[in-house]
Design a protein around this ligand. Structure first.
Ligand code: MRU
Length: 353
């Protein structure tokens, strides 16, 4: 299975997803600044994968702090290290706004690092930071496996499944959330075809999802995003499974732009619409999806295709990277701790604590 994020020889190695499917090349992030830039520049994608990267980014900051501030035992050095670590955490967290896994992972590693700093100094704290970042990665591998098991139970034999964007190995620490469900269901001989929407403007469906599934020998058909409704009307789609970037307490889901459209289409065509995500993607501090900050990216991403203009000079564009699907359109949210069925608002707290 392809690994998007690796810790290697004291640095973070990220598969440069901007080059896929044509080139498999890893780039090295030697410090937290490079890590934050790699996240902002879309070298690494997908909520869990950017969370894992952020965790390792903070471990890099802790090692830098250990070099700078040494383990003098002097409390002035420790407070300088604390200040440095908090600043690094805020730089990492602000790299991308929508996926909550980023702040969740960075804050988790920061918490462990600061308590280790108080107990045993900065060298000890750096080791603790790395251990926590590794734990987040390993937990995500296991979460993906469990999401796959829970989700496959919802898929009927002979199903064609549609997915959107990339919620596979490239977007997580393991075999994926939505693609984890598809992989497990395929292993159980339940999946006949995967329809992957191309996912304009970054083409995660074409460049990442189709590539991943073809490597596994899973049959995949690529669709222009605008073909989704027609193929549903032909009765060719049995379920839609997508990932998530942030899920509010009432079950509203932020995910890649176009997800909401698919959920509406599923409602009209009476097709189950499933969301697969680890509990780290829930943000129970937000009552509903309207409170989720939606990343808006550059107009150029829409006005151009592969670096060439596709619109008249001077045309304007609107480029939200995510949208919010209301809970009432979601058939179930599949997590590693079990599946949440409607009414989501009532049932989420039993699974996500
Ligand atoms: O902008 P991206 O490529 O980071 O967006 C990725 C997505 O929206 C994924 O569908 C989502 O993060 C779920 S990942 C398991």
């Amino acid at each position: 299975m392809v690994q998007a994020v690796r810790w290697e020889q004291g640095a973070l190695s990220l598969l440069d997803q901007r080059l896929l499917p044509h080139e498999v090349k890893y780039v090295t992030c030697a410090d937290y600044r490079q890590t934050a830039k790699a996240i902002a520049d879309m070298i690494v994608r997908g909520a869990p994968a950017i969370g894992i990267s952020g965790g390792y980014g903070l471990a890099l900051a802790a090692f830098e702090a250990a070099d700078r501030f040494k383990a003098s035992g002097d409390s002035g050095e420790d407070s300088a290290a604390e200040h440095f670590l908090k600043h690094a955490a805020s730089v990492l967290i602000s790299a991308r706004p929508t996926a909550v896994n980023l702040s969740w992972a960075v804050e988790r590693v920061l918490g462990k690092t600061l308590s280790a700093l108080a107990q045993g100094g900065i060298t000890h704290a750096a080791q603790a930071a790395l251990e926590e970042a590794r734990a987040i990665e390993l937990e995500d591998v296991e979460a993906n496996r469990r999401i796959g098991m829970h989700g496959a139970a919802l898929i009927r034999p002979g199903s064609a499944i549609m997915t959107h964007c990339n919620a596979g190995a490239l977007a997580t620490g393991g075999w994926g959330t939505a693609l984890g469900v598809i992989r497990q269901a395929r292993a159980e001989n339940k999946v006949t075809m995967v329809y992957a929407n191309e996912t304009r403007p970054w083409l995660q469906g074409a460049r990442l999802t189709a590539w991943e599934l073809m490597q596994d020998g899973i049959p995949v058909t690529l669709l222009a995003d605008s073909a989704a409704g027609y193929i549903m009307s032909l009765g060719k789609v049995d379920a839609v499974v997508v990932g998530a970037d942030r899920i509010a307490a009432n079950g509203d889901v932020a995910n890649k732009i176009g997800t909401y459209t698919l959920a509406c289409l599923c409602k009209y065509h009476d097709i189950p619409f499933y969301v697969a995500a680890p509990v780290s993607t829930f943000d129970l501090s937000l009552a509903c999806g309207r409170q989720i900050k939606i990343e808006e990216r550059s107009e150029q991403e829409v006005l151009e295709f592969m670096g060439k203009p596709v619109a008249p000079a001077g045309a304007r564009a609107f480029n939200p990277s995510f949208d919010v699907t209301p809970a009432e359109l979601i058939s179930a949210i599949i997590t590693e701790k079990g599946t949440v069925f409607p009414p989501l608002e009532k049932h989420i707290s039993a699974v996500v604590k």
